[in-house]
Design a binder for this molecule. Structure first.
Ligand SMILES: Nc1ncnc2c1ncn2[C@@H]1O[C@H](COP(=O)(O)OP(=O)(O)OP(=O)(O)O)[C@@H](O)[C@H]1O
Length: 291
């Protein structure tokens, strides 16, 4: 099913007509293709969270429209009409605490699917499967989510969203609070869901190495506007642009450039560290053969 996300001239004004009025999005037009993995990046306050909250109508445009597949959301859309839309869009917030409220982890993960009519053994299986997907220990299922560590809370929040089997998954800094191994695991899982289940992924991240490694496309925001939409290699090799918008240069790009400065030119740029290492090994092997 085509679930393309289309922003058409979307502006969002917080606290309009008050002294605190703030224009957080200005005339954003953007298409996110169904089944793609798109990252939204930009400095703090550039409007990333505001933008993604429009995807499941947590916020509605002050002007312009957002369309998911063939359903349009405008400021006039009635909340009642948004229920089917919210069922297919999973949202992992920046702060997992905001998403947890039940007495046990199990109930928390079950909340979404049970709300949409899943019961009994099917509900139990759904919860178990979601907990396994995020590598959440079964011993934790009966605990209060509030007794968990930051990383465990984050896994519960992600499991609760995955239990809904969403067609679109929107994640705002999903790996904050996880150790390095946990971060890698969750992002690999998200990439796998994208590739194998054709789940559309919209990721907000400040981690440029992750954005470079996982995304099909990158959207750069600044001052409430989209200032670039492109492929990751196009963006991350443009160091002047990255510096202009205070974005980090990924380690893979730095290493590739250091090697080139020392006269070692790789066949292609790899934004994935493992691929980069393989590229370097191949280069060394070929040089050995030539000698
Ligand atoms: N409820 C609100 N009322 C008024 N202004 C708001 C509100 N929420 C956000 N803003 C302002 O809108 C701007 C964009 O905020 P937003 O959270 O979308 O940025 P962001 O790019 O996601 O930032 P971060 O990387 O820090 O999460 C900021 O200047 C913020 O202060």
């Amino acid at each position: 099913m085509d679930n393309a996300i289309l922003f058409k001239n979307v502006s969002h004004v917080y606290q309009e007509n008050t002294p605190l009025e703030f224009h957080a999005l200005e005339d954003v037009s953007l298409k996110i293709k169904s089944g793609s993995f798109v990252s939204i990046i930009g400095k703090t306050g550039s409007g990333k969270s505001t933008l993604i909250k429009h995807i499941n109508a947590l916020l509605k445009p002050t002007s312009g429209s957002v369309t998911i597949g063939d359903k349009e959301i405008t400021s006039h859309t009635n909340n009642k009409h948004l229920k089917p839309l919210r069922q297919k869009i999973g949202m992992v917030f920046q702060f997992p605490e905001q998403q947890l409220f039940a007495e046990t982890v199990e109930e928390d993960i079950a909340f979404g699917p049970s709300n949409f009519g899943v019961t009994g053994d099917e509900l139990n299986d759904t919860v178990m499967h979601a907990a396994e997907l995020v590598h959440l220990d079964h011993d934790l299922l009966k605990k209060s989510p509030f007794d968990l560590s930051g990383g465990q809370k984050r896994r519960v929040a992600i499991a609760g969203v995955l239990a809904m089997n969403p067609e679109i998954l929107v994640l705002d800094e999903p790996t904050a609070g996880l150790d390095l191994e946990g971060q890698q695991y969750i992002l690999d899982l998200i990439r796998r869901l994208n590739r194998e289940e054709n789940m559309t992924i919209v990721l907000v991240s400040h981690q440029m190495d992750d954005v470079a490694k996982y995304s099909d496309r990158v959207v750069v925001m600044s001052g409430g506007k989209v200032v670039k939409k492109c492929y990751p290699d196009e963006l991350f090799t443009d160091v002047d642009f990255l510096n202009k918008y205070d974005l980090q240069v990924p380690e893979t790009v730095k290493i590739t450039k250091d090697l080139a400065d020392k006269g070692v030119t790789l066949d292609k740029l790899s934004l994935d560290a493992d691929e980069l290492i393989n590229g370097i090994i191949n280069k060394l092997r070929n040089e050995d053969k030539d000698e």
